[in-house]
Write a protein that binds this ligand. Structure first.
Ligand code: V47
Length: 399
């Protein structure tokens, strides 16, 4: 495979030596990473990232038949994680905590659907014990033995260790014994101490987030990683964050995918303070974050776009900027919808397939560990791959 562009033709001359390194498969330095963030030559950047992705994944784009579950939005960090619109205090309007039966009932929508994964995250409830989660995971496993369980962010794991006065490892072992197989990548935000002091004071530190993931990897629990961008962080903060993820991946190889998360400013204190409403990031920034992630994290196989967050339209374009995974069917999305997202919550399976095909890519339904489970979709109505606003174009509801 050769580079699709002559490095000398990058419009931004600062990208030219970086393009040479990408062609030679050489690792980028943090200074080069910052340069990627600073460039306005998005097209050259995107071409380099698309090339790096194609080398790893060819023209395949992965998706998962999944269902998100959020057992509680009650969170002890409600007042200090000022970027979050999902969390509530226990007595606040809109606070909820599901009983296990209610969780099983919502999960019941998986019956008769193609769901292969439950993605479970929630708030840091002051009173829920570890047994609530182990019973939930066991109960889901008993009821849906073929559905993989990806559950709880590093923040929730660290919180449970504190509630139980035990170690991170003990919490992870108990959850793994109950049936947890992988973990999502939320809660990382930006590791910089100064940024955390502004947006997520009292949340676990970057080192602690990395420690939870390192421990999970040691136990054979593969995890995802994320970065929340578009608030008060600088290019240097972003690259320091990505460097820490890359270092841990060198050490353990446990990360499955990297997901850049676009900050949504509605209904949270940070958005108010920054005077932002509706959208905090731009399409330019969203594509850049995908592309830089793909180029800098040379040891992580996949880069995922979360379509409910950046819109299906932007997710589809990101497939030409280094992205190879479009999340999944989702079913219910609460974190971003509380923060102003106006996208649909559920992307039906056939729509996902058509959406990937219309971007000129080859859809692959994957399991939670990126094994292909289905690549032939000829029988699906919406998967015909025809161009234009045909059936299967995702509906984005107006605000
Ligand atoms: O941990 C919260 C972020 C995360 C806002 O691992 C916000 O496969 C933007 O981690 N604006 C939860 N972001 C979502 C998450 C995720 C999503 C999809 C797939 C995976 C995966 C993980 O969302 C939180 C936090 O970092 N978040 N509030 C907000 N207002």
């Amino acid at each position: 495979m050769s580079l699709p562009l002559d490095p000398a033709r990058c419009r931004d001359p600062l990208l030219r030596p970086i393009a040479e390194k990408v062609a030679a498969e050489e690792r980028l330095t943090p200074e080069e990473g910052e340069c990627l963030y600073r460039t306005d030559d998005l097209i050259s950047l995107g071409q380099l990232a698309a090339y790096a992705n194609e080398r790893k994944n060819g023209d395949r784009v992965f998706f998962s038949a999944n269902q998100h579950l959020n057992p509680t939005n009650v969170c002890v960090l409600r007042k200090t994680c000022v970027f979050c619109s999902f969390a509530r205090l226990q007595k606040e309007d809109g606070a909820y905590t599901r009983t296990l039966e209610e969780v099983f009932e919502e999960a019941g929508q998986a019956e008769g659907s193609p769901t292969r994964e439950f993605h479970i995250v929630g708030g840091l409830h002051p009173k829920l014990r570890l047994s609530y989660y182990t019973d939930m995971i066991r109960g889901l496993r008993d009821r849906f033995p073929d559905i993989h369980i990806k559950a709880l962010t590093a923040v929730e794991i660290a919180h449970l260790a504190r509630v139980e006065r035990t170690s991170i490892r003990n919490v992870l072992v108990a959850l793994q014994e109950a049936g947890l197989s992988t973990m999502p990548g939320g809660g990382a935000e930006v590791f910089s101490t100064a940024v955390r002091a502004t947006i997520a004071e009292r949340k676990l530190t970057g080192e602690e987030w990395l420690r939870v993931h390192r421990t999970a990897h040691e136990l054979g629990i593969r995890t995802n990683c994320t970065m929340l961008y578009g608030h008060v962080e600088t290019a240097r903060d972003r690259i320091a964050h990505l460097s820490a993820l890359r270092d841990l991946q060198d050490e353990t190889g446990g990360f499955l995918t990297y997901i850049p998360l676009a900050y949504h400013p509605d209904h949270n204190e940070l958005g108010e303070e920054l005077g932002r409403i509706g959208s905090s990031t731009t399409g330019f920034e969203d594509l850049k974050n995908i592309a830089v992630g793909r180029l800098f994290l040379d040891n992580i196989d996949h880069v995922k776009t979360h379509w409910p967050m950046v819109t299906p339209f932007m997710s589809q374009v990101s497939l030409s900027f280094g992205c190879d995974d479009v999340e999944g069917t989702v079913v219910y999305e609460r974190v971003y919808h509380e923060a102003g997202a106006t996208t649909q919550m559920h992307m039906p399976y056939a729509e996902l397939v058509g959406f990937i095909r219309r971007a000129g890519k080859r859809p692959v339904e994957r399991d939670s560990l990126y094994q292909a489970v289905r690549e032939d979709f000829e029988d699906l109505n919406h998967a015909s791959g025809d161009i234009g606003p045909a059936a299967g174009v995702p509906v984005v509801h107006a605000a």
